[in-house]
Design a protein around this ligand. Sequence first.
Ligand code: AMP
Ligand code: ZN
Length: 137
Amino acid sequence: MDKNTCIFCKIANGEIPSATLYEDSMFRVILDLSPASKGHALILPKKHFENLFDMPEEEGKEILLLAKKVGTKLKEVLSCDGMNLIQNNGSSAGQTVFHFHMHLIPRNEGDDIKLNWEPGVLSEEVKQLILEKFTKE
Ligand code: AMP
Ligand code: ZN
């Protein structure tokens, strides 16, 4: 995705209006247009990069601090019980907009929002294979 045609570039940089909760020199935080729950927000970096693997160090250092700051305020304002931080990388992982973003999804006890997977089993063979490769390379 070219940054001249990227919708999140345009939103993050104020060329397209959005429901903005917070803005600073690096990020804009907006309400998601198709929310999973009330208050579902997105942290958008102002710089264009597609995903975690392309994320510059500077943005990487700041984003979790911002998620804590905005997430804490959102939790207070909404009086929700909890919050999911979700960040999809690649279409196989559910990414649909290819400008990095982090979801903040407010949660309440008993809500019916489905983000779950079926737990598998970590076999000894797979465990050894991954540990070997990961620590060697
Ligand atoms: P993902 O599947 O992680 O790429 O998430 C993309 C998110 O962006 C979805 O939750 C969409 O509802 C949201 N979205 C897409 N376009 C807009 C927009 N113009 N304004 C706000 N949220 C948007
Ligand atoms: Zn972009």
